[in-house]
Design a protein around this ligand. Structure first.
Ligand code: VGL
Ligand code: ZN
Length: 196
């Protein structure tokens, strides 16, 4: 069984959102179109409390995009985004969700960020996504959505660690930092991933 994982297609990552990814909206029709090629479709949703420590607003004398050490991990400080219950945290209404069987939320613990749909950044807690996919006999996953260089990349890397044959669907993702994504793509391919 082959699954599509749709990562964080939420208003805050779309144009005019709090952490907008350039041209992020252009991938939505692509994602809608490719859904027919999969046996199973799941999604992830970034879902932060308003005091999440990945927010620059929670640190005095720090600016958005500064990098700090947070509980022993490197942490980029983001603008406030995807706050639980806010409009920005909703999945885009333009995204076809009839076949999305489950939505895995992440980033609820204010002390640790969670880019991957499988684990938090410290690999302390698992969302249940790997177990869900394995229980449904999934052996191959394709990852799409936003942002390519953060949540899509880390979800795809963890999918490899979980033993799935894994691809990133290039035409169905956009990066915050294109240059950084080129390096991360190489890392993903080196680890055994494919680019579609
Ligand atoms: C994401 C930064 C912070 C993402 C989420 O979905 O790629 N990036 N939170
Ligand atoms: Zn986030």
């Amino acid at each position: 069984m082959k699954a599509l994982i749709i990562v964080d297609v939420q208003y805050d990552f779309l144009p005019e959102g709090a952490l907008a990814v350039a041209k992020g909206d252009e991938i939505i029709p692509v994602i809608n179109c490719i859904q027919k090629d999969y046996d199973l479709i799941v999604a992830t949703q970034d879902w932060h409390p308003n005091n999440h420590k990945s927010f620059a607003s929670q640190h005095v004398d720090k600016l958005t995009f500064d990098v700090i050490e947070l509980n022993g991990l490197q942490q980029v400080l983001w603008p406030d985004h995807c706050i639980q219950g806010s409009y920005g945290a909703e999945l885009s209404e333009k995204l076809e969700t009839d076949r999305v069987e489950a939505i895995f939320r992440k980033g609820m613990d204010p002390e640790i960020d969670s880019y991957s749909g499988f684990y938090d950044n410290g690999r302390r807690k698992n969302t249940g996504l790997a177990g869900y996919l394995k229980d449904r006999q999934v052996t191959e996953v394709h990852v799409c959505g936003l942002a390519a260089d953060y949540c899509v990349f880390y979800t795809a890397m963890d999918a490899l660690d979980e033993g799935f044959k894994t691809s990133i669907v290039s035409k169905a993702t956009k990066a915050i930092d294109k240059g950084a994504f080129i390096e991360k793509k190489n890392e993903f391919v080196q680890k055994g991933g494919s680019l579609l």
